[in-house]
Design a protein around this ligand. Structure first.
Ligand SMILES: [Cu+2]
Length: 397
């Protein structure tokens, strides 16, 4: 009861019901239990009492100017931890997590609904020595940050060095994001869309080493009435021909008998609505191509209805270009008219896919197993991490 009061206490009327319904929908659809990644949606577990006290103290320190217009009070609060993960070979790996123990790359999927104001308290648990090892500019202080795309925030939530909105080792800071709603009467744009968040401090003043080490994740803002997916997978296309910082066989670690969904095991039951949140990170252009499935080139990948002029104005595609910093989302129905099987998902720049920028969407057999397939991805280094490639620069890994 106290948790409910804490989480929904500032939300009134219809919005409270919308969030409550959304939470039920999330759990019912299995997004939280069986999603592509651990999700931080409106139905995510509440924080422990001690953490809530810390959050309240942090929020009390915020000035009114720390909140964007329209955000009176945060509707919801989450904790986010930046930690160091086990190295992959010699590569330093960092991750964000809703708890230190669950940190990963990509970090947790953060879900918002238009109209919602979210407070995120970032805890920097990355050792100072690790940040020093990643630092490329000796004049830069050591810290991590949280910078996001798409939603509204004031400069104090920008997550950049020039706004002094970063977190030193052992510190914490609360960022406020507002999913400004579309105004249907004026047509003013909202913030519904597929976005991403990332560090902007590690290595350089643009967070270049933070990104290439793993400090990034997906953010989806939904609009009231959006069709909800059964599961969401974040696929981040990066340098060194990597998907989620892995390539080749390392992008697909599914156990053939008992596959567990995650960033390196993209699975779905036939007929499930699968959402991909696709991000371009690093310095290269990529394309997102999925075999056996196609989608409408709209905000969500879907286009329903019988308005012929509208329907004919939107192309159906199965390949979409992705530049650095771009993000988009699509929803497809797994195995629709094509059935169970192993459907390649890859970058269609040929030298990228040849060098391992490829994985699979496994549409499961009715018994939950994977259809037989060879692990025929391009070779990777012995550690399973992306091998160094002399032709690329910039990301440092
Ligand atoms: Cu590519």
């Amino acid at each position: 009861m106290d948790n409910e009061t804490t989480r929904f206490g500032h939300v009134g009327g219809p919005r409270m019901w919308a969030i409550a319904i959304l939470a039920v929908t999330l759990v019912g659809a299995g997004v939280l239990r069986f999603g592509g990644q651990q999700a931080a949606g409106p139905g995510a577990p509440a924080a422990a009492p001690a953490a809530i006290s810390a959050e309240k103290a942090a929020l009390a320190a915020l000035a009114p100017g720390d909140r964007p217009d329209g955000c009176i009070q945060p509707d919801r609060r989450i904790q986010l931890y930046a930690v160091e993960l086990p190295k992959e070979g010699t590569q330093i790996r960092l991750g964000y997590g809703l708890t230190p123990e669950t940190a990963s790359y990509p970090g947790p999927l953060i879900e918002m609904i238009e109209g919602e104001c979210l407070a995120i308290t970032l805890h920097n648990q990355v050792p100072e020595a690790t940040l020093a090892a990643l630092r490329q500019d000796p004049n830069l202080p050591l810290g991590v940050s949280l910078h996001t795309h798409g939603v509204k925030y004031t400069p104090t939530s920008d997550g950049t060095i020039h706004t002094d909105s970063w977190v030193p080792p052992g510190g914490q800071r609360t960022y406020i994001w507002f999913a400004k709603p579309r105004n249907p009467s004026t047509g003013a744009q909202g913030t519904a869309g597929y976005w991403w968040y990332h560090d902007h401090m590690v290595g350089t003043s643009h967070g270049t080493r933070g990104l290439s080490s793993g400090l990034f994740g997906g953010l989806v803002v939904r609009r009231q009435g959006d069709v909800r997916p059964d599961r969401t997978y974040v696929t981040v296309f990066g340098d060194l021909q990597s998907i989620n910082l892995r390539r080749g066989a390392a992008t697909d670690t599914c156990d053939p008998v008992n596959p567990v969904p995650g960033p390196t095991c993209l699975i779905a039951k036939k007929g499930e609505r699968v959402e991909f949140l696709v991000v371009g990170m690093g310095n290269d252009m990529h394309t997102f191509h999925l075999h056996g499935h196609s989608w409408a080139d709209t905000r969500t990948g879907m286009l329903d209805g019988t308005n012929k002029a509208l329907v004919d104005s939107v192309p159906v595609i199965d390949n979409k270009t992705l530049g650095p910093g771009d993000s988009f989302g699509v929803q497809v129905v797994a195995g629709d008219s094509v059935g169970a099987g192993n459907w390649m998902l890859h970058c269609h720049m040929q030298f990228h896919s040849d060098q391992g920028m490829a994985t699979m969407l496994h549409v499961l057999n009715p018994d939950g197993t994977l259809a037989p397939h060879s692990a025929d991805h391009a070779p990777v280094s012995a550690a399973g991490a992306p091998a160094a490639h002399a032709g690329h620069q910039g990301s440092g890994t």
